[in-house]
Ligand binder design. Sequence first.
Ligand code: FES
Length: 171
Amino acid sequence: MSADLIASSATKARQLTDAEIKEIEHEMELYPDKQAVGLEALKIVQKHQGWVSDESMQAISKYLEIPVADLESVATFFNLVYRQPVGKKVILFCNSVSCWIMGCDDMRAHINEKLGVDFGGTTEDGDFTFLPVPCLGDCDRAPVMMVGDDLHRNLTAEKIDQIFTDYRSKE
Ligand code: FES
């Protein structure tokens, strides 16, 4: 390994925090083996760090003694593990069939215009990341989106305006 590569892997090292370890240890009591805890560990680190960096991935791998490649597979399959920095709140916007029938394309365009971002984007102020997701399981109240942990149903342009005004007033 070249000196540059050694230096770059050294700067990439990260330790899990005590809080992350405590929560991962708790999950380890509930699962049969360390491999099975991988997804929960990714979610725990994401909850604390906002996203899962390469450094975090390596730290989880080292702690659970499972290959980074295995964790990467889990993260790829479970598309709500964020492998890039995201905004303070993630908007998970359903664009499956019921929401589409109920006009989610217009709501998407409204959010795009209001926040200046489309799917995959993060607002310039870092407040929101806007992502599409499959059905959120509340089809009879479509269109539906989540902002952070909050589910918002029967979306209209006026409702969306109020939702973002409320979030920004809480900052
Ligand atoms: S299709 Fe959007 S919540 Fe089910």
